[in-house]
Design a protein around this ligand. Structure first.
Ligand code: MOS
Length: 735
């Protein structure tokens, strides 16, 4: 038999399999679902920053045209709080009492025949408050302070002694502000009850958590919650929780007996579904004159909500970033009267890396050393806390290849030493490591009589290209063309999947799909084990190789049989198998699962008279393990780069220091980069197959954003000689 040559399936990439559906409007996003008799719910939010509700008058709202129901804490009835696991924490159950914990807290829901009628009714709800002073400052002594409950603070060696003996020391403090995720698709829930079953179309990054949280809220079995979310309009972390409005849409559907649609308005997106919390970080670095790090002490204090258990480790990036014998990281959170913070792309890591990589740049200048040289000199060749080898690491390659592509050698070390066209030119660099995270995941694979395959798992597509890479990985494992494989996502009745978060989706679902496909190959060889008519008789899964819609004997590739022929002869319409992927621990692997690495190089140009900062170039070199699809991977990094430029130069959720009222809760006032702010972005991939999962990948959903802020801050210093130790860096700070 001649081997059919075909384009390489994994690597260069294929176009998005869901692209045509999306651009023709046929991909159903949560807001596209509508049902007969559906009514609309609109939220009423607190105008007090802390205190109690003293009265709530819904008379006018209830008389408003089209109103079906108005829910407040007086009639909502008891709702239980959802799960509280390290990653899947639930916010407090909504509308349970008169306490106001933050400005913008949901205090009522108006339900009416149309969205406009519900909006009018929401405005007619009258609420009286007894205000109490809101605790909003990170250093307010009234704020309760939490330490890291998951035991991830690092403490190795003897930092005080090492710092005291260090020849060169940096000790600086860096400030970051609240940022708000703002995915393009406002979070939407369409909820309906079919008898005792709750069905929700919801903007979620985690269908399985959705089921658990809603089941808990209403005291029903998890099997009685059916989440359907085949497409979600972005998330950046906003969809990683089952927020109060989701529970309230389901409650409104139960109370009214009608399907209910609830769409957050853009201003509500600033208070209802998480944000990157503000913080202050102190970084102390000690080094020898030759630039060897002898001590790292990184302490972060970030904001959390009064009643919430999310914990975002920030300083912990410093535990593994560099080879250093003496390291302390400490994360604490101050409980403030703010909306519940939550993951926003690169949570903790983006802020922690910002402070560490700025401090490294400061150290380089104190040493009179090239910042690239300093990083290479302290490269963590093994996993610093354990000494284990990494599952793969091309960190040095990222830095060196980046320097070459960027033309780093053209940089002159002195600040303010490079000029072009009357502008100050600055080069900046940051090194990045993105932590490995992967959770248990299941998938099911089916091959049908016509030789096509269907593979599914309850993960979600949030614009990241999940459908596409999962089709590729499944096609690879089954020896099919991508066009013969359909992948199903976004339905809680599918095999359990963890969150589309923590840069873990491809590794988790891809590995589970791979295992399911391997099991399916085994199911085929089992089927023909005693089949005298099959050339594969007696073969096990290990004896065959899937290719071109068939299984070939490894010992004799000329001997093969197609899936279709096997199914036809055995009168089977299809054959299915389940697969599960359980991440191995470092001990089981005998190595440290590495996560992704990267190097970010930027050039900024600063107007010396006006202080105007422009990013002229941004280069990312990423070790993302085996890249399944360079096209979608590049898109991930480019998108993250834009987010990183936003974090560095534009984004700030501004709130009133007295009440916490958010002053810029629209996309007109919350500044994000526009096309004119975005330079030529270059993306390169380094690295190769990672040994920590069966498909060789590493997560690349978040590393695109991480490192941009310090690279830009360092470039601004190089251009101007001004060390700005807070984000965002704005022109007024440079005048
Ligand atoms: Mo991401 S912040 O884990 O969606």
């Amino acid at each position: 038999m001649t081997t059919i040559s075909r384009p390489r399936l994994i690597g260069p990439g294929i176009n998005r399999v869901d692209g045509p559906l999306k651009v023709t409007g046929r991909a159903p996003y949560p807001n596209d679902f509508a049902y007969p008799g559906m009514v609309h719910a609109v939220l009423v939010r607190s105008t007090a920053g802390a205190g109690r509700i003293t009265e709530i008058d819904t008379t006018a709202a209830e008389r408003s045209p089209g109103v079906v129901s108005v829910l407040t804490h007086l009639n909502a009835g008891p709702l239980a709080r959802g799960p509280m696991t390290p990653l899947g924490v639930s916010p407090p159950a909504p509308l349970q009492d008169d306490a106001i914990l933050h400005y913008g807290q949901i205090v009522a829901v108006a339900v009416a025949e149309t969205f406009e009628e519900a909006t009018e009714a929401a405005y007619a709800v009258r609420v009286g408050y007894a205000d109490e002073p809101a605790v909003l400052d990170l250093d307010d002594p009234r704020a309760k302070v939490r330490t890291n409950p998951w035991g991830r603070d690092a403490d190795r060696g003897d930092v005080p002694v090492a710092l005291a003996g260090a020849e060169v020391v940096v000790d600086e403090t860096y400030l970051t502000v609240d940022n708000t995720n703002n995915p393009m698709g406002p979070l939407t829930t369409v909820a309906r009850w079919e008898g005792d079953t709750l069905v929700v179309n919801n903007s979620t990054q985690w269908a399985s958590l959705e089921g658990a949280a809603l089941a808990a809220a209403f005291g029903i079995p998890e099997e009685s919650v059916h989440v359907v979310a085949p497409y979600v309009g972005g998330g950046f972390g906003a969809g990683l929780r089952v927020w109060q409005h989701v529970v309230l849409a389901a409650l409104a559907a139960r109370v009214t007996g009608r399907p209910v649609k609830l769409v957050l308005t853009r201003p509500q997106m600033f208070t209802a579904c998480g944000h990157r919390p503000k913080g202050r970080q102190r970084v102390r670095l000690g080094a020898t004159r030759e630039g060897a790090l002898v001590a790292v002490q990184h302490e972060a204090r970030t904001a959390s909500a009064v009643d919430d258990d999310n914990f975002e480790p920030t300083a912990s990036v410093s535990a593994t970033a560099y080879a250093c014998p003496n390291v302390i990281t400490r994360d604490v959170q101050a409980r403030l009267n703010v909306p519940v913070p939550n993951s926003m792309r690169g949570p903790g890591t983006a802020t922690g890396n910002y402070a560490l990589e700025c401090a490294m740049d400061e150290l380089a200048y104190r040493l009179g050393m090239d910042p690239l040289e300093l990083r290479l000199r302290n490269d963590a060749a093994v996993h610093p806390p354990t000494g284990l080898p990494w599952s793969s690491r091309a960190h040095k390659e990222c830095l060196e290849r980046g320097a070459e592509l960027f033309g780093w050698s053209r940089r002159t070390h002195e600040p303010r030493s490079m000029r072009e066209d009357g502008l100050l030119v600055g080069y900046g660099l940051a090194a990045v490591g993105y932590p490995w995270f992967r959770a248990r995941c299941s998938a099911r694979a089916t091959i049908r009589r016509d030789g096509t395959a269907y593979v599914c798992s309850a993960g979600t597509e949030i614009g990241n290209g999940a459908y596409t890479v999962l089709v590729q990985l499944s096609a690879e494992a089954l020896g099919l063309d991508p066009g013969q494989v359909t992948f199903g996502l976004g339905d809680s009745t599918m095999p359990m999947a963890p969150q589309t978060g923590g840069s873990s989706l491809t590794g988790a679902v891809g590995s589970a799909a791979h295992e399911a496909c391997r099991a399916l190959v085994g199911a085929f060889t089992d089927l023909v084990a005693d089949d005298g008519d099959s050339p594969l008789r007696g073969c096990t899964a290990d004896d065959v190789e899937p290719a071109d819609g068939a299984l070939r004997r490894r010992d004799d590739p000329a001997v093969h049989e197609s899936y279709r022929d096997i199914l036809a002869r055995h009168h089977r319409p299809d054959l299915s198998a389940d697969g599960e992927s359980t991440p191995l621990t470092a001990d089981e692997l005998g190595m440290a699962p590495a996560g992704a690495f990267g190097a970010k190089y930027v050039e900024v140009r600063v107007d010396p008279d006006l202080g105007r900062i422009r990013v002229a170039r941004a280069l990312s070199v990423i070790d993302g393990g085996r890249i399944v699809n360079e096209k979608t991977a590049r898109s991930q990094i480019i998108g993250g780069t834009v987010g990183g430029i936003g974090m560095a130069l534009f984004e700030e959720t501004v709130s009133d220091p007295g009440s916490g009222r958010i002053a810029n809760a629209t996309l007109g006032d919350y500044i994000v980069p526009v096309n004119a702010d975005i330079p030529d972005m270059q993306v390169e991939f380094a690295g190769s197959w990672d040994r920590a999962n069966p498909v060789g990948t590493k997560g690349i959903g978040e590393i695109g954003l991480v490192g941009l802020a310090p690279a830009i801050a360092n470039a601004v210093f190089h251009a101007t000689g001004r060390r700005i130790r807070s984000l965002p860096i704005t022109l007024d700070q440079l005048l």
